[in-house]
Design a protein around this ligand. Structure first.
Ligand SMILES: O=C1C[C@@](O)(C(=O)O)C[C@@H](O)[C@@H]1O
Length: 164
């Protein structure tokens, strides 16, 4: 497997499944990482995953990704979305393209969630698809956007009910 991708989940996402289920659903972090890995495998992409509640640990993991030859990052920064210049700087510093992902539609929630330190630099944003944002077509199409590799685009088209 080539072209590794790194999936990062920020603070409180380890509580998926029990945390405000009316907003975040009942699937656990292990479920969503499993879903993302299945989709990645289908595309012959190696998916590394990382979760932390600590800003500096996320910065360290992003810096490590450059040494590992990671080609793209999918990140749900959790509440750091709305606060973290340090994580933004790390992503820009390693110069690895990234996709921003949120389970909930942050724009339909409190005003302080409407601003993101990541969106203006993200290749693409997955917002409000629930935990399905980590799998199925939104994940596949994010890989297409992230990596710009035509064979993934073809795979996406071939597997999409819309185009079948
Ligand atoms: O922790 C989270 C999760 C979140 O990133 C989401 O996935 O919907 C949205 C953030 O506003 C919130 O702080």
């Amino acid at each position: 497997m080539t072209r590794p991708i790194l999936l990062i989940n920020g603070p409180n996402l380890n509580l998926l499944g029990t945390r405000e289920p009316q907003i975040y659903g009942s699937e656990t972090l292990a479920d969503v990482v499993g879903l993302a890995k299945q989709n990645a495998e289908k595309l012959n992409v190696k998916l590394y995953d990382f979760q932390s509640n600590h800003e500096g640990a996320i910065v360290d993991r992003i810096q490590q990704a450059r040494d590992e030859g990671v080609k793209g990052i999918i990140i749900n920064p959790g509440a750091y979305t709305h606060t973290s210049v340090a994580i933004r700087d790390a992503l820009l510093g390693v110069n690895i393209p990234f996709i921003e992902l949120h389970v909930s539609n942050v724009h339909a929630r409190e005003p302080f969630r409407h601003h993101s330190y990541f969106s203006d630099k993200a290749v693409a944003i997955i917002v409000g698809f629930g935990v399905k944002g980590y799998g199925t077509h939104s994940f596949i199409s994010s890989l297409v956007a992230l990596m710009g590799i035509p064979e993934y685009a073809l795979d996406f088209v071939a597997n999409s009910p819309k185009f079948a």
